[in-house]
Design a protein around this ligand. Sequence first.
Ligand code: GAP
Length: 485
Amino acid sequence: MNVKKLIDILEKRGFFYQTAEIYGGISGFFDLGPLGVLLKNNIIKIFKEVFVDEFPYKIYEIEASLFAPSNVLKASGHLERFYDPIIECEKCKSIFRADHLIEEELNMNVEGISLEKMDEIIKKNNLKCKCGGNFSQTKEFKLLFKSFVGAKNDEIYLRPETAQHIFVNFLNVYNSMRAKLPFGILQIGKSFRNEISPRQFLIRLREFSQAEIEFFFNPNYEFSEIDFVLKEKIPIYKREEQRKNSNIVEKISIEELIEEKIIPNKLFGLFLLKEIEFYRIIGIEEDKIRFRHLLEEETPFYSKSNVDLEIKFDFGWKEVVGNAYRTDYDLKQHSKYSNKEIFVVENGKKFVPHVIEPSFGIERTIYAVLQNSFIENGRGWSYFLFKPKIAPIKVAIFPLVNKDGLAEIAEKIFKDLKKEFECIIEFKDSIGKRYARADEIGIPFCITCDYQTLEDSTVTIRDIATAKQKRLAINELKESLKKLI
Ligand code: GAP
């Protein structure tokens, strides 16, 4: 589906708005509308059910500052290495990401190659701007948003990921919570990157939300409690298939993934399985998911294993979750730069814990959900078919007519149900129009009070997925809806 059309629909129906739209908007920034907030909150609620409440190991949640002092980003490497390669057209002065240009023009993966090598490729293939101009040399463009703090204008940065504050707080959580390895720390919140070419709506933003878990463990720990993961299979897009440009995805077991050294241990496997579970619950089926083993050249030097969860969008496959085995790199870096010893003692042995990190992009997740739930009827009308659990509004209540006491009954039902579920009540227009409006924003259940309600205290309940109605007693509504949702 056309992205512009989708954005237009999402704006009209209250999901997303362009930031500062009345002033012409600003690229790479979006505001959530009321339905967008509800959808995001529901997705995060399920995320916490899967990764905190039902996770076999303890996960603590923190909420750190959006700002990071320069020392933190010096230690993490962001100050030095967090940039994109850019080139400028010498004639029209347009700026491009060199890697994207090469990828698009030559269908070549240039992840991880040097700026000089990119220049070579551009020259050798005689790549030129659309206006015919030659390109400048490839330069670094830093992605960090810099700001200043206090009367002395000290440098400070908007955090580019939520992860670093977790590492910086490792000892705080470990000591204050009397935590025991293995355990994880979760942070859900905003991250900021000054992307050169924000694009594809929610895919590449300058301000976006991440849900990141840094899971700390002793590298010798066996994880025998989760042996059950070993026989489970996941769809993996192996390096050799990527190099052949084939799209073959194999379903192989966690045990084999460990044997083939694609992932380091059972815990990594558990995260991959939980990710499939999470996306299934929010409406992305497994045939739209694959795990891509990153090529050697894409794998950060500090990581021993990187597997991205990719989702099939209308425009192709895209990373939505990055999984990395970051070893003890980050804790050691922060220890070095802060001059604070960071370690734990277990059975008299002192060591620095290792870390596995799943890092989720929330907006990309929302985009995947929206795209997967969006249905066009071919006659210019469209609606959303959300899983009831994540639908922003769960129930719409309509009196058939606004007389003979039906509106009063509907109001009473509304007041009662809204304590439990996100509900709306609507009196205006024909019942058909009200159903259509409810469908447009993906309300799974519509309740109508009609003349039979006056006789036997029952109402109709219509399910968006089947468009079928059945009758239910008013006093059974709440329990039935709870079950359905
Ligand atoms: N701590 C590791 C880390 O931040 P990443 O691959 O840079 O890894 C993780 O980001 C996830 O965050 C991505 O898989 C993606 O879903 C999301 N993400 C990254 N950059 C983004 C951007 N500019 N706009 C929207 N989402 C983004």
